[in-house]
Every structure is written in structure tokens, then in C-alpha cells.
Write a protein that binds this ligand. Sequence first.
Ligand code: 5GP
Length: 176
Amino acid sequence: MKKIKDKYFEPFISHQKILHRIGELAAEIDKKYAQQTPILLGVLNGSFRVLADLVTALTIPVEVSFLRVSSYEALQTTGQVKEILGLEEDIQSRPVIIVEDIVDTGTTLLQVREQLLRAQPASLEVFTLLHKPEALQKELTLDYVGFNIPNAFVVGYGLDYDGLGRSLNDLFILKA
Ligand code: 5GP
């Protein structure tokens, strides 16, 4: 059990399981992009760890960049996604893979996708470590999903509760 600020969290998915699953998905990406050099676009802040471990597991050459949006305040999504910040690469005619830590309602990802599509990438796929199918409110295709999880709040491995918990190697789930 972990206490972060006022909340208690239980062990959920171990670091070892996360790395194993990322390895499986990396093998799929290696195969699919064998003749290409995709740009992996991590959505900050939560994706920094999954993106690092994903590029470690990949054998194809990739470019790496990050962009930032923010839609979450503490435990509740605000439903408002701010503008995308920080995308400096020219993605026109390039294969792009968005790398997310978690897809919850899908609002963030939908807006990121729409904005990136305007820049006319050659292709646009989505990788997410975690997905909450019960919370999804948008029509979205997720090309690579690490784990489908229940509709509950998780921390660790890049994901925070009110700024804390990102450095935990394992994932933890809010105790009911
Ligand atoms: P969506 O727009 O899909 O509702 O929310 C996506 C964003 O909300 C994620 O990138 C993440 O920052 C945050 N989020 C959603 N669910 C969780 C969760 O269970 N734990 C944490 N720490 N953040 C979450």
C-alpha cells in the first residue's frame, strides 16, 4: 500500500509486467515499420517513462519528440484540453506514432489527433500503455494498447496524483 498525499493506493501492475508488455508491442512496431523511421510523439508529462522504455525496446531507427496538453486536475478530468504546445518537428509526409500513458475519456487524444492530422503526416497511429474502455466517450482507434484497465485512478510509472507518484516503477490503483 502507498500513501500519496491524502489517498491510499494498492499495487496494480508491476514494472516487470509493464516492460514485458512494452517489449511485445515494440516487436509489432518493429515489424510494421521495418522500412521506415517513424516519429514517436510522447504526450507529456505522463508518457516520459513509457516512451523511454518503448524506444529502448525498439530496434528500428526512430525520431523522438514530445508535446504537451493538459486536461486533468487532481482526480477529475476537466474535459478541457488546452492547445498543443511544443511540437517543433515537421511531421508532414512522415509516419507518426502518438505515445500516451493513458487514454481515459479519449478527449485529449482526439484533440491531439485532429491537430496532428492537419499537419498531414504520412500515417498516424496511437500507442497507449493504459486504456480505460469503460470511460471512453469518443470514437477512437487505438493501435497499440498495453493494458485495458478498470475505470479507476492509477499512479506510478509516469502517472501522477497531484504532481506526485510519477517516479514509482510499478503502477498503483486508488483504494476504493
Ligand atoms: P482523457 O482526455 O482521455 O480523459 O484523459 C487523458 C489524460 O488524463 C491522461 O493523459 C492523463 O494525464 C490523465 N488521466 C486519465 N486517467 C488517469 C489516471 O487514472 N491516473 C492519472 N494519474 N492520470 C489520468
